[in-house]
Design a protein around this ligand. Structure first.
Ligand code: HEM
Ligand SMILES: *[C@@H]1O[C@H](CO)[C@@H](O)[C@H](O)[C@H]1NC(C)=O
Ligand SMILES: *[C@@H]1O[C@H](CO)[C@@H](O)[C@H](O)[C@H]1NC(C)=O
Ligand SMILES: *[C@@H]1O[C@H](CO)[C@@H](O)[C@H](O)[C@H]1NC(C)=O
Length: 527
């Protein structure tokens, strides 16, 4: 009896399991759908208009277009044109079955970045792409881990923002030496990249890469700089053909397996700094005990890494935070400088006006306070970051069911339901060019729009201007970057009297992990 009924029982068990599983799935599905309906109804949510895409291709046409645009260096421009053509500020699209939202609405960005901050996370994209390279740190983590990083790093930036410009001068001297004075053309972009690397390593490690001073670049530094450039190009989809890029977009191939060796180069290089800092700090503390009456040794500078060593002894953690900051800070500051000088070289009137502002210093090195007083310089910086934001696009994933305040319905005035796991993209680039915000001349480079005149007040902005983003995750290095860009610009203007553009092309994008100018900054400077 046992034997004969056995197969039947197995079958019965299987059927029973299948039934209960299906019922359970159906039940959770219905419950979720009902929760969504309730939330949507209670907030008055409606769907936003659809992005233009084929209903049969599961978004493959979107992937293909963005791949094609990226290769042609016009994805910002083409996406902008498509957005304007739809006439909506928030849209939805379907990618491989998932719904994504895309917005250029300041209210929505504010909600994601500030008012509804805790309901949004980085999603897997950034982590998958960057963690094998720079590790878990402030730029790549979420939630409690991110908060911990932020709390640990913030004091160092507050202290720095008091404004010590000494750190820049030696590197600016090297930069000036690297610029030809005999009318030969120079591309400032790679020089700015070296400069910001030299400054950032001095600030972070207490020891600069000195990549600008041609005599003492060691082989290790060259190798490190080469590896980093290669990594950023691959991660940004500029190298290794299309396969890696499409794979990246689909989250199929984390690019780390092609780059493992390069990561090792970078990690070893940074570990070298940490090892030396540990020794250096120990020696310093010993000397401090001996010279007890002198708490600060003469010539002792503030060093970020030494402060970090006070707060944690976890070397991997320290390396990750350093690389996180280096990644976030190096290319972005260089890109800002390069974009500024690209525009400056094409605008004699702006050059003259800036020269006049700088001449107030009478040739003296600018202080932090004086840089802050330079209104036209700041307006020029602001305008450059408006038209060429360094992180032109960003996105977050909903951690729970939540809502965006605007964009639903035909008039775009209703909230939108965003379900857990869905992604919201926003384009700072397009938002910064909205005519209803910045006026009919929104696409024009016009620093004057920021300045008060007798005719009226200059531009006042909130969430519609986000070069550094906003809310709890606002760029931690904003002040550092603005001070560096201002200092370098003023010093170069003190050194050179005339500028001439050698690049007739308009600005075009090049994505690495940030977005820089494709043509660099080709100019002639005359003393
Ligand atoms: C012009 C130069 C810069 C621009 C335009 C810029 C822009 C940004 C933006 C938009 C974010 C937000 C990214 C996001 O949340 O998805 C950010 C974050 C960050 N930036 Fe910057 N940045 C610049 C320079 C710097 C510098 C010089 C440093 C460091 C020395 C730095 C360190 C960071 C860090 C650590 C974060 C992550 C903050 C967090 O998630 O809590 N940035 N930056
Ligand atoms: C979201 O942003 C990350 C970088 O922060 C990027 O890797 C990812 O591809 C983006 N996701 C989408 C769907 O665009
Ligand atoms: C690559 O990244 C994935 C996911 O982040 C990880 O599981 C894997 O171990 C990494 N591989 C290497 C070679 O680093
Ligand atoms: C530049 O933009 C900032 C907002 O990021 C604003 O507070 C400041 O007033 C602007 N300054 C000038 C001179 O335009």
């Amino acid at each position: 009896m046992f034997l004969t009924s056995y197969p039947l029982t197995l079958l019965q068990t299987l059927v029973l399991a299948l039934i209960s599983y299906t019922t359970y799935r159906l039940y959770t599905h219905l419950r979720l759908a009902s929760a969504h309906r309730h939330l949507a109804a209670s907030k008055g949510c409606k769907s936003p208009p659809n992005w233009r895409q084929s209903p049969f291709l599961f978004g493959l046409d979107i992937f293909y277009n963005s791949y094609k645009d990226m290769k042609a260096h016009c994805s910002l421009e083409n996406t902008r044109t498509r957005f304007w053509a739809l006439g909506a500020n928030t849209v939805q699209m379907k990618l491989t079955g998932a719904t994504l939202f895309s917005t250029i609405e300041p209210e929505n960005v504010k909600s994601v970045r500030a008012t509804d901050f805790k309901n949004w996370g980085l999603g897997e994209g950034r982590k998958l792409m960057l963690v094998p390279f720079i590790g878990e740190g402030i730029f790549t983590s979420d939630g409690a881990a991110w908060q911990h990083s932020r709390d640990m790093l913030r004091p160092s930036f507050v202290r720095n923002s008091v404004g010590d410009c000494d750190i820049f001068e030696r590197h600016v001297q090297n930069l000036i030496k690297a610029i030809p004075r005999d009318g030969e053309m120079v591309d400032l972009q790679p020089l700015f990249l070296s400069l910001s690397l030299d400054v950032a390593t001095e600030f972070l490690f207490g020891e600069s890469t000195n990549s600008l001073s041609a005599d003492d670049v060691d082989a290790e530094t060259k190798e490190y700089a080469r590896a980093i450039d290669h990594i950023l190009k691959v991660l940004g989809g500029q190298e290794q053909g299309g396969l890696t890029f499409i794979g990246l977009m689909m989250g199929l191939f984390p690019p780390n397996w092609t780059l493992k060796g390069e990561y090792k180069v970078v990690h070893n290089y940074v570990d070298g700094f940490i090892d030396r800092a540990v020794v250096d700090k120990r020696r310093y503390e010993l000397e401090k005990v001996i010279l007890d009456d002198k708490p600060e040794l003469p010539g002792r500078r503030y060093i970020f890494l030494h402060e970090l060593l006070d707060r944690t002894t976890d070397r991997l953690k320290i390396r990750s935070e350093l690389l996180n900051i280096l990644l976030a800070g190096r290319d972005s500051t260089a890109a800002l400088l390069s974009n500024m000088w690209f525009e400056l070289s094409k605008r004699p009137a702006a050059w003259a006006r800036l020269q006049q502002e700088v001449s107030a210093l009478d040739g003296a090195l600018p202080t932090f306070g004086q840089l802050k007083e330079m209104k036209y310089l700041r307006a020029f910086l602001n305008e450059s970051l408006r038209l060429y934001p360094i992180l032109p696009e960003n996105n977050r994933t909903a951690q729970v069911d939540t809502v965006l305040p605007l964009g639903g319905g035909a008039d775009g005035k209703s909230p939108i339901l965003v379900k857990k796991g869905q992604i919201v993209l926003w384009s700072i680039h397009i938002m910064h060019r909205r005519k209803d915000i910045y006026g009919e001349d929104a696409e024009e480079f016009r620093p004057e729009r920021w300045l008060d005149t007798e005719q009226g007040q200059g531009l006042r902005v909130g969430w519609e201007y986000l070069p550094f983003n906003g809310g709890p995750r606002i760029c931690i290095g904003q002040q550092f970057a603005l001070t560096e860009a201002s200092y370098v610009t003023v010093r170069l203007m003190q050194e050179f009297n005339a500028i001439e553009s050698k690049d007739p092309e308009p600005w075009r994008e090049m994505f690495t992990v940030t977005c820089q100018g494709l043509g660099g900054c080709k100019i002639v400077l005359t003393p």
